[in-house]
Design a protein around this ligand. Structure first.
Ligand code: HXC
Length: 265
């Protein structure tokens, strides 16, 4: 099986400028690398400058590593300004910064709950707000929010992340309605379980039995790959998706629509 990214034409994102929160690692690092591969210039935002520098060096191409915490609106305004200073414009915002851990609702501290909402949900609003003027000016803006499928059901030990991601999906719809008239699309991308990510290391610690059970429960029979999420992001940024706004694209091998059954398909 080759990379799903191989289907795209080389210049499909030529001229695009994207700011990607959480772009220093995991899924959003993959999105950043894919955007650069297809001609975009990107600013990756995370909390640790040294980690961002290492990612930028590994990706190569036009990558601006900018340290900022999405909980701080002023830091995001500075990231947007730095992106425009370096690349001349900004037409794409990918909201991917997220924090998570496993915790039972009855034991989770109020501050633990709030911290994840501050990063995932308020961080998505903060970055969108900071980028709005640049996205509007571009005439062809996109807000791409990375959520999850946790909140489609009651997912144990995930009350904080589920509440946050449900809110992120609400932001996706709301911005589509409010900002469509400014030439800005707003889309969501909801990954299922993706292998080799910090999220999976936190949510399915260890290896072996639990991972095997999880993979068996997915109709596709396996975890997804970072490139499979990045391919969906490239599609949503491309002109092929120019009439898509306000929806969340689930990329999960069919996991969320499946349900335990006595029948063996
Ligand atoms: C219970 C915890 C906890 C844990 C932290 N807290 N970790 N509670 N179990 N394992 C509580 C703390 O006790 C504290 O509350 C509050 O949360 C804030 O903790 P801090 O460490 O001060 O916060 P901070 O330094 O800002 O770190 C944020 C973080 C951290 C979210 C807690 O884990 C982080 O920075 N994560 C970033 C990387 C990450 O999580 N990546 C995975 C994303 S995957 P008290 O009451 O003690 O003050 C993802 C995918 C979702 O999001 C979908 C998956 C399918």
């Amino acid at each position: 099986m080759g990379s799903p990214l191989d289907v795209f034409a080389a210049g499909v994102l030529a001229g695009r400028v994207a700011l990607i929160t959480g772009g220093g690692s995991g899924i959003c690092r993959g999105i950043a690398a894919a955007f650069v591969r297809f001609g975009a210039r990107v600013c990756i935002v995370g909390r640790k400058q040294d980690a961002l520098d290492a990612t930028a060096a590994a990706i190569g191409g036009d990558v601006l590593p900018f340290a900022a915490d999405v909980r701080q609106p002023d830091a995001l305004a500075a990231a947007v300004a730095a992106t425009i200073a370096k690349f001349g414009a900004l037409d794409t915002l990918v909201n991917g910064a997220a924090g998570n851990f496993l915790a039972p609702a009855a034991a989770l501290s109020p501050n633990g709950f709030k911290t994840v909402l501050d990063i995932d949900l308020a961080g998505t609003f903060n970055a969108s707000r900071a980028a709005f003027e640049a996205l509007r000016t571009s005439g062809d803006g996109l807000v791409l929010n990375i959520s999850a499928t946790l909140h489609y059901h009651g997912t144990p030990l995930q009350i904080h992340a589920s509440a946050a991601k449900a809110g992120v999906d609400a932001i996706t719809r709301n911005l589509a309605v409010e900002w469509g008239r400014f030439g800005i699309r707003s889309c969501g991308l909801a990954p299922g379980p993706i292998g080799d990510t910090e999220g999976m290391r936190r949510l399915a610690p260890g290896s072996g039995e639990l991972v095997a059970k999880m993979e068996k429960s997915i109709p596709a029979g396996r975890f997804g790959t970072i490139d499979e999420i990045a391919a969906a992001a490239v599609f949503l940024r491309s002109d092929a998706a120019r009439y898509i706004s306000g929806h969340v694209l689930v990329v999960d091998g069919g996991a969320v629509v499946s349900t335990p059954s006595f029948l063996d398909p």
